[in-house]
Write a protein that binds this ligand. Sequence first.
Ligand code: SPM
Length: 296
Amino acid sequence: MSQLDAQWFAEVSDMWPGRALAINCRKKLVDCQTPYQHIELYETTDCGKMLVLDDVIQFTEDDEFAYQEMLAHLPLFSHPDPRNILVIGGGDGGVLREVARHDSVEHIDLCEIDAKVVEVCRQYVPSMACGFDDPRVAVTIGDGFQFIRDHRNCYDVIIVDSSDPIGPGEKLFGDEFYALMKEAIKPDGIIATQGESFFMHWQVVRDLMQVVRRHYRYSTYCYMMVPTYPGGTLGVCLGSQQRDVTVPCRRPSPELQAQLRYYTPEIHRAAQILPAFGERVVYEGGGGYNRNASGN
Ligand code: SPM
Protein backbone atom coordinates (compact mmCIF):
# COMPACT_ATOMS: atom_id res chain seq x y z
CA MET A 1 0.00 0.00 0.00
CA SER A 2 1.18 3.56 -0.57
CA GLN A 3 1.75 6.40 1.83
CA LEU A 4 -1.26 8.20 0.34
CA ASP A 5 -3.70 6.22 2.41
CA ALA A 6 -3.70 2.74 3.91
CA GLN A 7 -6.36 1.72 1.38
CA TRP A 8 -4.63 2.72 -1.81
CA PHE A 9 -2.25 0.59 -3.85
CA ALA A 10 0.03 2.90 -5.84
CA GLU A 11 2.19 1.67 -8.71
CA VAL A 12 5.38 3.70 -8.52
CA SER A 13 8.13 2.88 -10.99
CA ASP A 14 11.64 4.02 -11.83
CA MET A 15 10.49 3.71 -15.43
CA TRP A 16 7.99 6.49 -14.69
CA PRO A 17 9.61 8.83 -12.15
CA GLY A 18 7.59 11.27 -10.10
CA ARG A 19 4.18 9.79 -10.88
CA ALA A 20 1.97 6.97 -9.63
CA LEU A 21 -1.23 5.21 -10.57
CA ALA A 22 -3.35 4.50 -7.50
CA ILE A 23 -6.23 2.05 -7.14
CA ASN A 24 -8.42 2.01 -4.06
CA CYS A 25 -8.50 -1.40 -2.42
CA ARG A 26 -10.98 -2.95 -0.01
CA LYS A 27 -8.99 -6.02 0.95
CA LYS A 28 -5.77 -7.87 0.24
CA LEU A 29 -6.62 -11.47 -0.62
CA VAL A 30 -3.16 -12.89 -1.38
CA ASP A 31 0.35 -11.81 -0.41
CA CYS A 32 3.10 -14.33 -1.08
CA GLN A 33 6.64 -14.62 -2.36
CA THR A 34 7.47 -17.33 -4.90
CA PRO A 35 10.91 -18.21 -6.33
CA TYR A 36 10.05 -15.85 -9.20
CA GLN A 37 8.18 -12.89 -7.80
CA HIS A 38 6.06 -11.23 -5.12
CA ILE A 39 2.38 -11.94 -5.80
CA GLU A 40 -0.42 -9.75 -4.43
CA LEU A 41 -4.10 -9.99 -5.23
CA TYR A 42 -6.46 -7.25 -4.10
CA GLU A 43 -10.19 -6.79 -4.05
CA THR A 44 -10.54 -3.19 -5.18
CA THR A 45 -13.43 -0.88 -4.42
CA ASP A 46 -14.34 -0.17 -8.05
CA CYS A 47 -12.20 -2.24 -10.43
CA GLY A 48 -12.87 -5.82 -9.33
CA LYS A 49 -9.90 -8.03 -8.44
CA MET A 50 -6.42 -6.74 -9.19
CA LEU A 51 -3.26 -8.84 -9.63
CA VAL A 52 0.07 -7.20 -8.77
CA LEU A 53 3.44 -8.89 -9.47
CA ASP A 54 6.58 -7.33 -7.99
CA ASP A 55 4.60 -4.11 -7.33
CA VAL A 56 3.40 -3.82 -10.95
CA ILE A 57 -0.30 -4.03 -11.83
CA GLN A 58 -0.97 -6.95 -14.20
CA PHE A 59 -4.71 -6.52 -14.55
CA THR A 60 -7.85 -5.23 -12.95
CA GLU A 61 -11.02 -7.10 -13.79
CA ASP A 62 -12.61 -3.81 -14.80
CA ASP A 63 -10.62 -3.23 -17.99
CA GLU A 64 -8.58 -6.42 -18.57
CA PHE A 65 -10.74 -7.21 -21.60
CA ALA A 66 -9.02 -4.52 -23.68
CA TYR A 67 -5.57 -6.09 -23.33
CA GLN A 68 -6.60 -9.76 -23.54
CA GLU A 69 -8.84 -9.22 -26.56
CA MET A 70 -6.25 -7.28 -28.52
CA LEU A 71 -3.35 -9.60 -27.68
CA ALA A 72 -5.39 -12.63 -28.75
CA HIS A 73 -7.60 -11.42 -31.60
CA LEU A 74 -5.09 -9.27 -33.49
CA PRO A 75 -3.00 -12.34 -34.45
CA LEU A 76 -5.88 -14.81 -34.62
CA PHE A 77 -7.92 -12.67 -37.03
CA SER A 78 -4.76 -12.10 -39.11
CA HIS A 79 -4.61 -15.88 -39.74
CA PRO A 80 -7.17 -17.59 -42.02
CA ASP A 81 -7.26 -20.88 -40.10
CA PRO A 82 -5.50 -20.78 -36.71
CA ARG A 83 -5.48 -24.29 -35.21
CA ASN A 84 -2.44 -24.78 -33.02
CA ILE A 85 -1.72 -21.95 -30.58
CA LEU A 86 0.95 -21.33 -27.94
CA VAL A 87 0.56 -18.82 -25.10
CA ILE A 88 3.73 -17.97 -23.16
CA GLY A 89 2.95 -16.44 -19.76
CA GLY A 90 -0.71 -15.55 -19.36
CA GLY A 91 -1.05 -17.49 -16.10
CA ASP A 92 -4.25 -15.63 -15.24
CA GLY A 93 -6.10 -17.38 -18.11
CA GLY A 94 -7.45 -14.21 -19.73
CA VAL A 95 -5.72 -14.72 -23.08
CA LEU A 96 -6.80 -18.38 -23.07
CA ARG A 97 -10.39 -17.23 -22.61
CA GLU A 98 -10.11 -15.11 -25.75
CA VAL A 99 -8.25 -17.68 -27.87
CA ALA A 100 -10.87 -20.29 -26.98
CA ARG A 101 -13.55 -18.15 -28.66
CA HIS A 102 -12.15 -19.23 -32.06
CA ASP A 103 -13.84 -22.38 -33.38
CA SER A 104 -10.95 -23.21 -35.72
CA VAL A 105 -8.57 -23.64 -32.76
CA GLU A 106 -7.85 -27.30 -32.04
CA HIS A 107 -5.11 -27.09 -29.40
CA ILE A 108 -3.74 -24.41 -27.06
CA ASP A 109 -0.47 -24.87 -25.18
CA LEU A 110 0.15 -22.48 -22.29
CA CYS A 111 3.57 -22.24 -20.65
CA GLU A 112 3.66 -20.18 -17.46
CA ILE A 113 6.72 -20.00 -15.24
CA ASP A 114 4.95 -19.46 -11.92
CA ALA A 115 2.44 -22.11 -10.82
CA LYS A 116 1.27 -19.85 -8.01
CA VAL A 117 -0.09 -17.25 -10.46
CA VAL A 118 -2.30 -19.92 -12.01
CA GLU A 119 -3.37 -21.22 -8.60
CA VAL A 120 -4.25 -17.75 -7.28
CA CYS A 121 -6.22 -16.77 -10.38
CA ARG A 122 -8.06 -20.10 -10.49
CA GLN A 123 -9.08 -19.61 -6.87
CA TYR A 124 -10.00 -15.92 -6.91
CA VAL A 125 -10.51 -14.72 -10.51
CA PRO A 126 -12.80 -17.15 -12.34
CA SER A 127 -13.82 -14.43 -14.79
CA MET A 128 -10.38 -14.85 -16.36
CA ALA A 129 -9.26 -18.28 -15.21
CA CYS A 130 -12.30 -19.77 -16.97
CA GLY A 131 -9.89 -19.93 -19.93
CA PHE A 132 -8.24 -22.94 -18.27
CA ASP A 133 -11.49 -24.90 -18.39
CA ASP A 134 -11.47 -25.27 -22.17
CA PRO A 135 -10.70 -28.90 -23.08
CA ARG A 136 -8.31 -27.79 -25.84
CA VAL A 137 -5.92 -26.24 -23.30
CA ALA A 138 -2.73 -28.00 -22.12
CA VAL A 139 -0.80 -26.24 -19.33
CA THR A 140 2.96 -26.55 -18.75
CA ILE A 141 4.52 -24.91 -15.72
CA GLY A 142 8.02 -24.00 -16.81
CA ASP A 143 10.34 -21.57 -18.54
CA GLY A 144 8.85 -20.20 -21.76
CA PHE A 145 12.32 -19.77 -23.19
CA GLN A 146 13.07 -23.47 -22.77
CA PHE A 147 9.60 -24.49 -23.95
CA ILE A 148 10.01 -22.64 -27.20
CA ARG A 149 13.48 -24.07 -27.73
CA ASP A 150 11.93 -27.54 -27.64
CA HIS A 151 9.28 -26.83 -30.30
CA ARG A 152 9.86 -26.46 -34.01
CA ASN A 153 7.56 -25.54 -36.88
CA CYS A 154 4.33 -26.38 -35.08
CA TYR A 155 2.32 -23.28 -34.12
CA ASP A 156 0.01 -21.12 -36.23
CA VAL A 157 0.09 -18.38 -33.61
CA ILE A 158 2.35 -17.71 -30.62
CA ILE A 159 1.15 -15.14 -28.07
CA VAL A 160 3.49 -13.79 -25.40
CA ASP A 161 1.56 -12.39 -22.44
CA SER A 162 4.47 -11.32 -20.30
CA SER A 163 5.07 -8.96 -17.43
CA ASP A 164 7.47 -6.04 -17.97
CA PRO A 165 11.12 -6.62 -18.96
CA ILE A 166 12.30 -6.54 -15.36
CA GLY A 167 12.28 -9.84 -13.44
CA PRO A 168 11.04 -13.14 -14.91
CA GLY A 169 9.77 -11.46 -18.12
CA GLU A 170 13.12 -9.98 -19.12
CA LYS A 171 14.35 -12.81 -21.37
CA LEU A 172 11.14 -12.62 -23.40
CA PHE A 173 12.07 -9.20 -24.81
CA GLY A 174 15.44 -10.15 -26.35
CA ASP A 175 16.77 -11.01 -29.77
CA GLU A 176 17.35 -14.69 -28.98
CA PHE A 177 13.76 -15.28 -27.93
CA TYR A 178 12.39 -13.72 -31.12
CA ALA A 179 14.73 -15.93 -33.18
CA LEU A 180 13.46 -19.01 -31.30
CA MET A 181 9.82 -18.03 -31.84
CA LYS A 182 10.49 -17.83 -35.57
CA GLU A 183 11.58 -21.47 -35.47
CA ALA A 184 8.59 -22.54 -33.39
CA ILE A 185 5.91 -21.11 -35.70
CA LYS A 186 5.00 -22.62 -39.04
CA PRO A 187 6.36 -20.67 -42.03
CA ASP A 188 3.07 -18.77 -42.31
CA GLY A 189 2.61 -18.44 -38.55
CA ILE A 190 2.18 -15.20 -36.58
CA ILE A 191 3.63 -13.97 -33.29
CA ALA A 192 1.99 -11.41 -30.99
CA THR A 193 3.88 -10.06 -27.99
CA GLN A 194 3.28 -7.67 -25.11
CA GLY A 195 4.63 -4.42 -26.54
CA GLU A 196 4.71 -1.99 -23.60
CA SER A 197 3.76 1.69 -24.00
CA PHE A 198 5.36 4.15 -26.40
CA PHE A 199 4.36 6.90 -23.98
CA MET A 200 5.92 5.35 -20.90
CA HIS A 201 8.68 3.05 -22.09
CA TRP A 202 9.68 4.34 -25.48
CA GLN A 203 13.21 2.94 -25.31
CA VAL A 204 11.80 -0.56 -24.71
CA VAL A 205 9.33 -0.18 -27.61
CA ARG A 206 12.01 1.20 -29.93
CA ASP A 207 14.39 -1.69 -29.21
CA LEU A 208 11.64 -4.31 -29.31
CA MET A 209 10.37 -3.25 -32.71
CA GLN A 210 13.90 -3.26 -34.08
CA VAL A 211 14.18 -6.89 -32.94
CA VAL A 212 10.78 -7.78 -34.46
CA ARG A 213 11.73 -6.21 -37.80
CA ARG A 214 15.08 -8.02 -37.80
CA HIS A 215 13.38 -11.41 -37.56
CA TYR A 216 10.05 -11.04 -39.37
CA ARG A 217 9.38 -9.84 -42.90
CA TYR A 218 5.97 -8.45 -41.95
CA SER A 219 5.45 -6.58 -38.69
CA THR A 220 3.36 -3.91 -37.06
CA TYR A 221 2.71 -2.27 -33.71
CA CYS A 222 -0.80 -1.79 -32.33
CA TYR A 223 -1.86 -0.17 -29.10
CA MET A 224 -4.92 -0.23 -26.92
CA MET A 225 -6.32 1.82 -24.05
CA VAL A 226 -6.12 0.24 -20.59
CA PRO A 227 -6.90 2.87 -17.93
CA THR A 228 -5.52 0.82 -15.02
CA TYR A 229 -2.00 0.53 -16.47
CA PRO A 230 0.20 3.56 -15.75
CA GLY A 231 0.06 5.73 -18.85
CA GLY A 232 -3.25 4.24 -19.89
CA THR A 233 -2.01 2.40 -22.97
CA LEU A 234 -0.22 -0.81 -23.83
CA GLY A 235 1.05 -2.16 -27.15
CA VAL A 236 1.12 -5.42 -29.08
CA CYS A 237 3.92 -6.29 -31.53
CA LEU A 238 2.89 -8.51 -34.44
CA GLY A 239 5.27 -10.37 -36.73
CA SER A 240 5.14 -12.96 -39.49
CA GLN A 241 7.34 -14.25 -42.30
CA GLN A 242 4.52 -14.71 -44.80
CA ARG A 243 1.39 -12.95 -43.61
CA ASP A 244 0.43 -9.32 -43.71
CA VAL A 245 -0.50 -8.66 -40.09
CA THR A 246 -1.75 -5.13 -40.65
CA VAL A 247 -5.21 -6.19 -41.84
CA PRO A 248 -7.57 -8.85 -40.51
CA CYS A 249 -8.26 -11.64 -43.01
CA ARG A 250 -11.40 -12.82 -41.21
CA ARG A 251 -14.21 -11.02 -39.40
CA PRO A 252 -15.77 -12.17 -36.12
CA SER A 253 -19.17 -13.78 -36.63
CA PRO A 254 -22.02 -11.54 -35.41
CA GLU A 255 -22.37 -13.86 -32.40
CA LEU A 256 -18.69 -13.57 -31.49
CA GLN A 257 -18.58 -9.82 -32.14
CA ALA A 258 -21.47 -9.41 -29.72
CA GLN A 259 -19.35 -11.04 -26.99
CA LEU A 260 -16.35 -8.74 -27.55
CA ARG A 261 -15.96 -5.37 -25.87
CA TYR A 262 -12.81 -4.02 -27.57
CA TYR A 263 -11.71 -5.85 -30.72
CA THR A 264 -13.36 -5.07 -34.06
CA PRO A 265 -11.86 -5.37 -37.56
CA GLU A 266 -11.91 -1.57 -37.64
CA ILE A 267 -9.91 -1.21 -34.42
CA HIS A 268 -7.43 -3.79 -35.79
CA ARG A 269 -6.49 -1.24 -38.45
CA ALA A 270 -6.95 1.89 -36.36
CA ALA A 271 -4.76 0.63 -33.51
CA GLN A 272 -1.76 1.02 -35.81
CA ILE A 273 -2.29 4.75 -36.31
CA LEU A 274 0.22 6.34 -33.95
CA PRO A 275 0.84 9.91 -32.86
CA ALA A 276 3.81 11.55 -34.57
CA PHE A 277 6.28 10.81 -31.79
CA GLY A 278 4.98 7.22 -31.57
CA GLU A 279 5.68 6.73 -35.30
CA ARG A 280 9.22 7.91 -34.74
CA VAL A 281 9.73 5.59 -31.76
CA VAL A 282 8.27 2.52 -33.46
CA TYR A 283 9.45 2.95 -37.04
CA GLU A 284 12.42 5.29 -37.03
CA GLY A 285 14.20 4.45 -33.77
CA GLY A 286 13.52 7.97 -32.54
CA GLY A 287 13.06 9.35 -29.02
CA GLY A 288 9.93 9.73 -26.91
CA TYR A 289 7.46 12.59 -26.64
CA ASN A 290 9.66 14.68 -24.40
CA ARG A 291 11.50 17.21 -26.54
CA ASN A 292 14.71 16.36 -24.68
CA ALA A 293 14.43 12.65 -25.52
CA SER A 294 17.62 11.97 -27.40
CA GLY A 295 16.93 8.47 -28.62
CA ASN A 296 19.07 6.91 -25.93
N1 SPM B 1 -2.95 -11.23 -18.69
C1 SPM B 1 -2.51 -10.04 -18.09
C2 SPM B 1 -1.04 -10.03 -17.89
C3 SPM B 1 -0.51 -8.67 -18.10
N2 SPM B 1 0.66 -8.63 -18.87
C4 SPM B 1 1.14 -7.28 -19.14
C5 SPM B 1 1.41 -6.51 -17.91
C6 SPM B 1 2.09 -5.19 -18.16
C7 SPM B 1 2.22 -4.41 -16.90
N3 SPM B 1 2.91 -3.17 -17.06
C8 SPM B 1 2.38 -2.24 -17.96
C9 SPM B 1 3.19 -0.99 -17.98
C10 SPM B 1 2.47 0.08 -18.73
N4 SPM B 1 3.08 1.33 -18.59
